[in-house]
Design a binder for this molecule. Structure first.
Ligand SMILES: Cc1cc2nc3c(=O)[nH]c(=O)nc-3n(C[C@H](O)[C@H](O)[C@H](O)COP(=O)(O)OP(=O)(O)OC[C@H]3O[C@@H](n4cnc5c(N)ncnc54)[C@H](O)[C@@H]3O)c2cc1C
Length: 355
């Protein structure tokens, strides 16, 4: 039997499972999925979990069941490429014939002193739960500082402003406008929403240090009861520590067939894989589909195409609380209720397909 080991049951890992099971797995191949969480988590909704507007259970999806699938609950601590083994914390290593690394990403603190120690995070389910607890135990009138007004910072700030109208939210962003990767019109729309909902935006900010309950913006101290960091991500530490060329987010460079240039048995998917695109769940799923194509062709002894067609990304949608949204679909900016309904619809479809 050959063992295909998948590290991480996130969007990339889950897509591989759903494509291969139940019909496309040869009889002589088993899959071992390793994750530190016993179910697939809908990371795109962590902002709502942290804000307290959805329950933990709503963003869990059970992993599939299949006679050729073993699910291993555990903490990956490294990969021994030479001996083709995955190293686990406190448990025996697991051998692989083919390996797919989809361990997602972590916060990137850009060397800001104290940021790692004194800020909360929404990059993992465990951290989002801690953030939920901190935010929802705050006394009325408390101040929350959110650092970084990209998609996740904006979603968290807006959701929290609806969840806790009794607290003060300050959203810090480096840019002249928030959501700098979106057209200015969208940024303005979102800024106006924040003005109407009493969220203070601090543009052109530069967080130079963080201490307990204090942010330093251009070295000026600002007291906050809770500080949440949404100002950057990088590939999972396991991937950052692997040998190989990486991009500025620590994502490993891969071939057009999504494997390491020097090891055709190690595939990299999702937030761990270098790509011209920003990390996203859609991208992880697109890469996973192509990895499955490579595996199926190899198992069948068929030739591989030299390259795959570019992965089609449908767009980006963000929420502003439960009723309004914004985004880019087919290169067109959309705002308001329609954007929010589309976002909810996509989530519903995802759960329906995976549930
Ligand atoms: C608030 C927020 C909103 C977002 N909104 C969108 C959106 O609207 N659209 C979109 O496309 N993308 C969105 N994203 C980005 C998207 O969530 C990620 O790009 C996507 O989750 C990447 O998928 P992945 O498979 O690479 O990793 P993940 O989905 O992060 O999965 C990684 C898995 O690895 C496991 N893991 C990690 N380390 C270890 C370890 N050492 N040992 C064992 N298991 C481990 C984790 O438990 C997890 O199950 C959002 C992200 C956030 C934070």
């Amino acid at each position: 039997m050959k063992n295909l080991v998948i590290l991480g049951g996130g969007y990339g890992g889950m897509k591989v499972l759903n494509e291969l099971l139940p019909n496309h797995l040869p009889e002589d191949v088993t899959i071992t999925l390793i994750d530190r969480v016993p179910y697939h988590c809908l990371k795109t909704e962590y902002y709502a979990l942290a804000a307290g507007t959805i329950s933990d259970k709503e963003i869990r999806v059970a992993f599939p069941e299949h006679s050729q699938l073993n699910i291993k609950y555990g903490d990956v601590i490294g990969i021994d490429q030479k001996d083709k083994k995955v190293l686990l914390n406190g448990e025996d290593p697991i051998e692989y014939d083919d390996l797919i690394v989809g361990l997602g990403c972590e916060d990137k603190y850009h060397g800001v002193p104290g940021a790692d120690e004194y800020t909360y995070s929404i990059q993992s389910i465990e951290k989002s739960r801690r953030t939920y607890s901190a935010l929802n135990n705050l006394a009325p009138g408390s101040v929350v500082g959110i650092v970084g007004a990209g998609l996740s910072g904006v979603e968290l700030a807006s959701e929290l402003s609806e969840s806790r109208e009794d607290i003060q939210i300050k959203l810090f962003d480096r840019g002249k406008y928030i959501l700098s990767s979106f057209p200015e019109r969208l940024s303005k729309y979102v800024e106006n929403w924040f003005v109407r909902h009493n969220v203070e935006i601090i543009n052109n900010s530069n967080i130079t240090k963080v201490e307990e309950k204090t942010l330093f913006n251009h070295d000026q101290a600002i007291k906050c009861d809770v500080i949440v960091w949404t100002a950057g991500i990088q590939a999972n530490k396991i991937v950052r520590e692997m040998e190989g060329e990486k991009d500025r987010l620590g994502r490993l460079e891969v071939t057009p067939h999504h494997h390491l240039p020097n090891d055709e048995h190690i595939f990299i998917v999702g937030d761990c894989a270098s790509s011209p695109h920003a990390p996203s769940a859609q991208l992880a799923e697109g890469q996973a589909e192509q990895i499955v194509e490579v595996l199926k062709k190899r198992w069948n002894g068929e030739p591989l195409p030299e390259t795959f067609p570019p992965i089609k990304l449908k767009g980006v949608l963000g929420s502003l609380g439960k009723k309004q949204g914004f985004g880019m679909m087919a290169e067109r900016a959309i705002t308001g209720r329609v954007a929010r309904l589309l976002k909810s619809g996509i989530l519903w479809m995802y759960k329906w397909h995976n549930g």
